[in-house]
Design a protein around this ligand. Structure first.
Ligand code: FES
Length: 138
């Protein structure tokens, strides 16, 4: 039995099937009225995210701490810019991650702020893997 739309909007957990999302692609779903980006990162994106010195970051977080161990290719972030709340665009900008066109914030392939006015990384929502190809958000 699935929760109805009103229950989901109020905050019920949602399950998302990841199997249609190919490497190098992303999907956007909505949870609690917020856009959630789910990105199936390429090897290159993961390597780029892990090559960065964490203490050089504005909001220092390791890539490993922002993904689930054993599912390192999947990045799940709330798609709301931490500057003034615009919705960034995936696979845009200089860091193989997200670009916010409102005032030019650039996030990397771990959703961490790298350039522009945003103070914080894109937030990671609470989620867990319920199988190899399915996550539950919330
Ligand atoms: S709202 Fe994203 S840069 Fe200002």
């Amino acid at each position: 039995m699935n929760p109805d739309a009103a229950t989901i909007a109020a905050g019920a957990p949602i399950e998302v099937d990841l199997s249609p999302v190919a490497e190098g692609q992303d999907i956007k779903v909505f949870w609690r009225g917020k856009p959630i980006y789910i990105m199936n990162r390429t090897k290159k994106q993961i390597e780029e995210a892990r090559a960065v010195a964490v203490d050089s970051l504005r909001d220092p977080q390791s890539d490993e701490s922002r993904v689930k161990a054993g599912h390192d290719n999947w990045l799940v972030v709330i798609g709301i810019c931490t500057h003034l709340g615009c919705i960034p665009i995936a696979y845009e900008g200089n860091y193989d991650g997200f670009f916010c066109p409102c005032h030019g914030s650039q996030y990397d392939s771990s959703g961490r702020i790298r350039q522009g006015p945003a103070p914080l990384n894109l937030a990671v929502p609470p989620y867990q893997f319920v199988s190899d190809t399915k996550i539950q958000i919330g």
